[in-house]
Design a protein around this ligand. Sequence first.
Ligand code: TRP
Length: 368
Amino acid sequence: MDSVITPWEVKGNVDYDKLKREFGLGPLPQLPKVFQEMVLFRRGLIFAHRDFERVLAAIKAKKPLVVMTGLMPSGKFHFGHKMVADQLILYQNLGAKIYLAVADVEAYNSRNQTMKELRETAVTEYAANYAALGLDLKKCDFYFQSERSARGEKANAYYRLAAMLSRHATFNEFRAIYGEISPGKMASALLQAADMLHPQLPEFEGSCPVVVPVGVDQDPHLRFARDLSQRYKEHSFTQLSSTYHHFLPGLKGGKMSSSDPTSYIALSDSPEEAAMKIKKYAFSGGQPTIEEHRLKGGNPDVDVSFQLLRYGLEPDDVKLKKIEDDYRKGKMLTGELKQILIEKITAFLTEHQLKRAKALKQVAKFIN
Ligand code: TRP
């Protein structure tokens, strides 16, 4: 299948090396130990960057660092979203200031929900799960694109930047970066540029390194914002840094996506529901019969259950390697592999959902 990768659509098999070449992304440099201890960095699932050296230098020198990212509140919070949350928690523990946008305006312009529905999802799914995973929202600047701040000078600065950046963009540039483009998409790209750049305005932190951790589909937005920031003369921006992670595979292959319940496991799915989805939908790299499987072995590279373990549900590298080897050799069957995943997910969800229930009470104040 031909793949399509744009900020608004991800389809087909993703060739990450090709993307790296086409987008001109660098491989990650040698990373300090704290990063190596984190599964996503250690296993190469965060695989490319722009200007990440600046981020490492700021951490080393204990200089101010902002981590900025955002998510569209378009459905259930699933294990794909958790990849972003885990990175934010790592950076927060390193002392970085976290800016977290709820892209409700973008979702309003590209999906079919009301602002009220989007806000509810943002709070009960996104904020509650972030908090339950261990992100300290009180220390974050957590905001809605539709409601930047109750403080006038901050809100003005953000919306002013979003509006004034358009002088520095051309229609040809939009077309070159995004291909097919509509007014709604143009507005989203400009607002997202403001999301990524405004932490450096004097009303916020002032010029400093900002890193944007995202899925690789978001790179067009980064290229656009990086170009605009250097043309904008009203303020001197430190060039944006970014890191890119692989897409978590959906249960049936492709990308885990909140628009298809049979593709995802949500962090609010009950352990029984999760087990059912794994048994019923998780694509298997095993052979059609047990005899054939014992003889030829399975393929963990395409096996979604194995991949979910690799993306973090089995954090122990030695245990993961043993599972991989046993599966490849045919010593382990698909049913056994799925059972390992189900046990891991059950333990995770059971504990997580207790934390989420508590977190829901804390974040309720964000709902009007
Ligand atoms: N476009 C992003 C998405 O589709 C959401 C987003 C909005 C974002 N503003 C951002 C991501 C700023 C990173 C940085 O999920």
